[in-house]
Write a protein of this length. Structure first.
Length: 332
């Protein structure tokens, strides 16, 4: 049997107190409905002590009837009252029992419901993105993906910190609590069926181990990882990462550029911030019109051919081939 103990599915925030009050209110309405039926047809009901049926007697009869207590001290004696009991009071009694039983069953089967939901999720999740490490870098990556139109349901977070798991759930993401370098944890995240994996732990040696494990379990996934020490770049590439982001060098370049060309830093920051201003996007062959390889309203800034970026002098509209991937600037 598959293990889903570490999987945390995002939950809708529902107040248990509010749900309980709603059901209590429905039960009370059923009691008052029966009391009104009895009160309106009081001539057809007889009290055991010989008195008439008062409003209190009607409420009393309704409460003992819907709870199936039925002491028998108030009974229906004429055909009209008996018909009302069959047509109106008996269905109300059944609804009352359904409310009581459903509440009990819901409490007893909550664990089973969650397990079934996890199994159903695992059976349907395909071509998703797994983020290994949900610190500040992983969170920024998740928000960027969502801003670029990626469905949050297709993003799975793996982290060993319960606080990060909670933050992922608050974003509406499926989260797996555990060490991302462990095969069992990665399998719970559906690593074999993932389309892309982002590796963003706090240490380079951990990133290397996670990348090696991920590549072994999924030879075709696109792996993007961050590195903090430049000397570890080649280790991550040899471990199977398709893209390695040198975080320290990237920040250093931004800082140096900001000293001499602050306006360029503002433009570059705008490019990296998806969802506003201008953005830098890659267009695969299937994303382009065959008649015009560069879409109207965009600016061609790069051509990637057979996995290699062409020199700036060869980046021209008339040099784009059908199988090329192009990088363009466009308004958000």
């Amino acid at each position: 049997m598959a293990d889903f103990s570490a999987v945390n599915l995002p939950q809708r925030h529902r107040s248990p107190g509010l749900a309980a009050l709603r059901r209590i209110g429905m039960a009370a309405l059923l009691v008052f409905f029966v009391a009104i039926v009895v009160r309106s047809g009081q001539g057809g009901f007889v009290d055991g002590n010989g008195d008439g049926i008062s409003l209190l007697d009607s409420i009393y009869y309704a409460s003992v009837t819907v709870t199936t207590t039925g002491y028998g001290d108030i009974t229906a004696v004429d055909n009209g009252a008996r018909l009302a009991t069959i047509v109106l009071i008996t269905p109300a009694r059944i609804l009352f029992l359904i409310l009581v039983v459903s509440t009990t069953v819901e409490v007893l089967t909550e664990q089973s419901r969650v397990l079934l939901a996890k199994r159903r999720w695992r059976q349907t999740v395909k071509n998703h993105t797994v983020i290994c490490g949900f610190g500040s870098t992983g969170q920024a990556a998740a928000r960027d993906l969502i801003t670029r139109g990626v469905d949050p349901d297709t993003i799975v977070v793996v982290d060993s910190d319960p606080v990060q798991i909670t933050q992922a759930s608050e974003l509406g993401l499926v989260a797996v609590h555990g060490d991302a370098s462990k095969v069992g944890i990665l399998e719970q995240a559906g690593i074999a069926d993932a389309e892309s994996i982002i590796v963003s732990p706090n240490r380079d040696d951990t990133a290397v181990l996670i990348t090696l494990t991920v590549r072994e379990k999924n030879p075709t996934a696109h792996i993007v990882t961050g590195v903090r020490e430049q000397e570890n770049l080649h280790l991550l590439r040899q471990s199977g990462a398709d893209e390695v982001i040198d975080a320290t060098a990237a920040i250093g370049r931004m800082l140096g550029l900001g000293c001499h060309d602050p306006a360029a830093v503002r433009v570059l920051d705008d490019l990296l911030d998806a969802g506003r201003g201008i953005e830098l996007v890659e267009l695969a062959p299937g994303d382009r019109n065959g008649d015009d390889p560069v879409p109207l309203g965009t600016t061609l800034v790069g051509i990637v051919r057979n996995g290699e970026r062409l020199p700036p002098g060869e980046v021209r509209r008339d040099n784009v081939r059908p199988a090329d991937h192009i990088v363009v600037l466009r308004e958000t």
